[in-house]
Design a protein around this ligand. Structure first.
Ligand code: ADQ
Length: 461
C-alpha cells in the first residue's frame, strides 16, 4: 500500500512508554504505523505563546511523528473547550455536562484549519490519509478545500449519540454535512453507526444505499462498523513475561488468599467509577459474609485535569472511597484500594491476571480496550471473570462476559457474587468465547479492515 498518514489530536510516545495516561488510541496506532511507512501528525501536547506552524519531526521506535505546538487560546477553546467540554460529554450522553460556547466552536474550527494548513503541503498524490476521532471531524473537509484529492478516512473512537441528543449541538448539522468530505467513516459498533445513519436520513435528508454507502447531495461516503481490538498475541506474551509475573506475585501475596476485583480506567465520568463503587458497596451490604473474601483494586490515573467536571469526579471518588473504607474496613482488611497513577502495560498485564474479576462498567464507552486486555491476560487453565457494561462498545463482541447495567447497583452486586462463585468449567467456557473474539478481531484486523474499505473504489464513483 502507499504511504499511510495518520492524523490525530495528540501524538503520544509509542508503546513501551510507561505513561499510564496513554490512551487506547495511542496504543493502537503505534502498532498500526510501525508496519506501514507511516507518518503520524498531531499536536505535541506543548503550549506556545504564539502559533508558529513549525513542525517537529522525530522517529521513535520505528514510527515517524510530525508535531506542532498550539497556543493557549487554541488549547482552551479547541481541546479543553469544544473537544472535551462540548463533544465528549454530549457524545457520551452527558447532556447535563456539555457546554455550548461560540468561542469553543470557533477555536475548534480554527485548529482544524491549522492542522489542514500544516498537513496539506506534506501530502503526496497517492498517500492514504486516516484521521482519528472527534477532535478532528471537519479536518477532511478542510483538506479538500485545500485541493486534497487523496483518499480520506475517518474513524470515531467514541460513541455516536442518538439523533435527538446530537440535535442539541448547535453545529450538529454542519458538522455531519462536513463529514461527507471523507471516503470512509468507521464506527466501533452497529449501534453507533445506526445513530449516525438516523441523523443523516432524518435530520439532513440523506439516503442510505447498499454496502453502507450513504449519500447527501452530490457526495457519498462509505460507513462501516469496524471494532478496534488490541494486539492480542503481544498482550498474551506480556502477561507471561517477567515484569508481569513479578506484578502478579506481588498482587497475589498482598491479596492474602482473597479474591481481587480490578478496575483500570482513565479518571473520567464516562467510565462509571462512582456507580461502580456504589455497586461494590451494595455487594458488601448484601453479602456481609463475603466481605473479607474480596477487595477492589481501582487504578485510575487522572486525565483532562484542566476541565472542571474532571476535577469534580476526582473529588467525588476520593470522598466515596474514603467513606466506603471508613464504613466497612477492619484492622486486617480494606475494601477498596484506590490508586491514582498509571502503570506500564507489562505490570498491568500481571495485575489483570492476578484478578479473579475484571470490573469494567462504563456508563458509555466507544469500545473499551481494558475489557479486552483483561481477557488476554488471563491464565487459560484458570481464567478470571469479566463483568462488562452493556453500554460499552466491547459488549457487542464480548457477549459471554457477565453483562450488566452499570447504573444498577443491584445488578453489579449480583454479578460480583455470580463471578466469585462461578465454577472453573464455566469460567473457561466464557473466557474462551471472549478470547476467540479478541483473537480474530485484533488490532491488525481493525487496521486492515478499515484500510481495505478505504482502498475500495470510491463511493459514488
Ligand atoms: P479510552 O477512553 O482511553 O479510549 P480504553 O479503550 O479503555 O479507553 O483505553 C484505555 C487504555 O489506557 C488501555 O489500553 C489501558 O490499558 C490504558 N490505561 C488505562 N489506565 C491505565 C493505567 N492506570 N496505567 C496504564 N495504562 C492504563 C478511547 C475510547 C474507548 C476506545 C479507545 C480506542 O474512549 O472507548 O476503546 O479510545 O478506540
Amino acid at each position: 500500500m502507499s504511504r499511510l498518514i495518520v492524523i490525530s489530536n495528540r501524538v503520544s510516545a509509542p508503546k513501551g512508554s510507561q505513561s499510564g495516561a496513554q490512551g487506547g488510541l495511542a496504543v493502537a496506532l503505534a502498532s498500526a504505523l510501525r508496519e506501514h511507512d507511516g507518518l503520524w501528525f498531531g499536536w505535541s501536547g506543548e503550549r506556545i505563546d504564539t502559533f508558529t506552524g513549525e513542525i517537529d519531526y522525530q522517529v521513535n521506535q520505528g514510527v515517524t511523528t510530525a508535531t506542532i505546538d498550539l497556543e493557549d487560546q487554541d488549547i482552551d477553546e479547541y481541546y479543553n473547550g469544544y473537544a472535551n467540554r462540548t463533544l465528549w460529554p454530549l457524545f457520551h450522553y452527558r447532556v447535563d455536562l456539555a457546554e455550548y460556547e461560540r468561542d469553543f466552536a470557533g477555536g475548534y474550527q480554527r485548529v482544524n484549519a491549522r492542522f489542514a494548513d500544516m498537513v496539506a503541503p506534506l501530502l503526496e498524490a497517492d498517500d492514504v490519509v486516516w484521521i482519528q476521532d472527534y477532535h478532528l471531524f471537519p479536518l477532511g473537509d478542510e483538506l479538500r478545500q485545500r485541493g486534497c484529492g487523496n483518499r480520506l478516512g475517518f474513524f470515531l473512537h467514541i460513541p455516536w449519540p442518538p439523533r435527538r441528543l446530537l440535535s442539541i449541538l448547535p453545529e450538529a448539522a454542519e458538522l455531519v454535512r462536513r463529514m461527507f468530505a471523507y471516503d470512509v467513516i468507521g464506527f466501533h459498533t452497529a449501534e453507533w453507526l445506526e445513530s449516525f445513519l438516523d441523523f443523516v436520513r432524518l435530520e439532513l435528508g440523506g439516503t442510505i444505499g447498499a454496502d453502507g454507502i450513504v449519500t447527501l447531495g452530490d457526495r457519498s461516503v462509505r460507513a462501516l462498523v469496524c471494532p478496534i481490538g488490541i494486539d492480542t498475541p503481544e498482550f498474551v506474551e506480556l502477561a507471561a513475561g517477567v515484569p508481569a509475573r513479578l506484578a502478579y506475585r506481588k498482587m497475589r501475596d498482598s491479596a492474602d488468599g482473597r479474591d481481587m476485583i480490578v478496575g483500570v480506567d482513565r479518571l473520567d465520568y464516562s467510565k462509571g467509577l462512582e456507580e461502580r463503587f456504589l455497586g461494590y458497596e451494595r455487594f458488601l451490604v448484601e453479602h456481609p459474609e463475603e466481605r473479607k473474601e474480596v477487595f477492589l483494586l481501582q487504578i485510575a490515573p487522572p486525565s483532562r485535569g484542566a476541565v472542571g467536571s474532571y476535577q469534580r469526579i476526582r473529588d467525588t471518588l476520593q470522598g466515596l472511597s474514603g467513606r466506603i473504607n471508613g464504613a466497612y474496613a477492619d484492622v486486617d482488611w480494606v475494601p477498596i484500594r484506590y490508586v491514582n497513577q498509571g502503570y506500564g502495560r507489562d505490570t498491568l498485564a500481571g495485575i489483570y491476571r492476578a484478578a479473579k474479576i475484571g470490573l469494567v462498567t462504563p456508563l458509555r464507552d466507544g469500545m473499551n480496550l481494558v475489557a479486552k486486555e483483561y481477557v488476554a491476560a488471563q491464565d487459560p487453565e484458570d481464567p478470571g471473570v469479566l463483568i462488562l457494561s452493556r453500554f460499552a462498545g466491547a459488549a457487542a463482541q464480548l457477549t459471554e462476559a457477565i453483562l450488566v447495567n452499570p447504573y444498577s447497583a443491584e445488578e453489579v452486586s449480583d454479578a460480583i457474587l455470580k463471578a466469585m462463585r462461578m465454577d472453573r468449567a464455566e469460567r473457561i467456557r466464557r473466557w474462551r468465547a471472549c478470547m476467540d473474539s479478541i483473537e480474530s478481531q485484533d488490532i491488525n484486523w481493525w487496521r486492515q479492515t478499515f484500510l481495505d474499505a478505504l482502498m475500495l473504489p470510491r463511493a459514488g464513483a
